[in-house]
Design a protein around this ligand. Structure first.
Ligand SMILES: [Mn+2]
Length: 331
């Protein structure tokens, strides 16, 4: 992220009266926490904000303070001085008003704040920092330019964003900066055990039932380094399970000794699959997903794929094996 772009964006937001805040489809806690922290801070600065998410807030994220302000429709006549697009590098992933070129004018200056690799150029000001573990940290850095001290509401949203994207400081993206920012949030009133309970210990019976079903689909490559799980629409229907319940399932496959890459294949439609990949650290799965039109981080990435389940799995396995072979030969 360029310091001069950051300053420009800070000035644009300072001068803005009406701000549209966008978070990505099928939201995670980083995108929503970032959006809500931004909303609270800007509201306290006297600005009018609209917080939009095309998929709405999943029940598992309603604990984020202020989540009730999120709307799934933006009035077609509203105009904004600026629009903040948080936590995705792909314009398509925001849905809603960003999708329509004709509506672009009413969105004002578009500012992207993100930490994903291989993002597209769609914003007027791009504040992407791929070294940041979460967008929540970038929002905190941004807000430091204004005289608003984080209160418990802002702090809880930023803290939740950081812990969710670092897996409670377990993933390889965990950095001194992420921990320092999280510690700052504790100074501003966050109760970490409450966030942990809200994220980890708030399950429905169906959550465990669908997990049990999905674990049955585990398949490991002959070499033992690539593991897949899948979930069909039929399986979801049987348990009355929602997509948000599948969050984190892919990590079970990665947790097996010797597995370097895991994938969860989720059926989205006839022959259409959403692949979520996780790496144990050596293989850059963002690179693999970028080849298939997706994106993400080195250790967590995703893409869409077409075909039958065996063909999709075979294609992924081929790409993973190629990467592993290159690693083995040190190229
Ligand atoms: Mn993120």
């Amino acid at each position: 992220m360029l310091e001069q772009d950051l300053r420009k964006a800070v000035d644009v937001v300072r001068a803005a009266r009406r701000v549209l805040i966008l978070s990505h489809l099928h939201p995670d806690i980083d995108t929503l926490g970032s959006a809500l922290a931004m909303h609270h801070a800007l509201s306290r600065m006297g600005k009018e904000t609209v917080v939009f998410n095309d998929s709405g807030v999943p029940p598992t994220m309603k604990f984020l303070p202020g989540s009730e302000v999120v709307v799934t429709k933006v009035n077609a006549r509203s105009r904004f001085d600026c629009t903040l697009a948080l936590d995705s590098g792909n314009r398509d992933r925001f849905g809603g008003p960003l999708m329509d070129e004709k509506q672009r004018e009413r969105l004002g200056v578009i500012i992207k704040i993100d930490h994903h690799k291989f993002g597209e150029v769609f914003a007027d000001i791009d504040l992407t920092d791929t070294d940041s573990a979460s967008t929540g940290e970038l929002v905190y850095r941004f807000l430091k330019h204004y005289p608003v001290e984080p209160d418990e509401i802002i702090a809880t949203n930023i803290y939740s964003a950081i812990v969710s994207d670092t897996g409670f400081f377990n993933y390889s993206n965990t950095s001194p900066g992420a921990m320092r920012d999280a510690a700052d949030m504790l100074e501003h009133g966050v109760k970490p055990w409450m966030v942990s309970r809200a994220i980890n210990e708030n399950k429905e019976v169906a959550d465990l039932q669908i997990l049990a079903d999905v674990l049955q689909t585990l398949q490991i490559s002959d070499c033992g380094r690539f593991a897949t799980l899948y979930v069909t629409q039929e399986m979801k229907k049987l348990r009355n399970a929602h997509t948000y319940m599948l969050e984190g399932f892919v990590n079970y496959a990665r947790s097996i000794k010797g597995v370097e890459v895991s994938a969860l294949l989720r059926e989205e439609g006839e022959g259409l699959w959403k692949a979520s990949l996780r790496s144990a650290g050596n293989v850059d799965v963002a690179e693999i997903c970028a080849k298939l039109g997706g994106g993400g981080h080195a250790n967590a990435a995703g893409c869409h794929m077409n075909g039958t389940l065996p063909s999709v799995r075979k294609k992924l396995e081929g790409l993973v094996m190629k990467r592993l072979a290159r690693l083995d030969t040190g190229k």
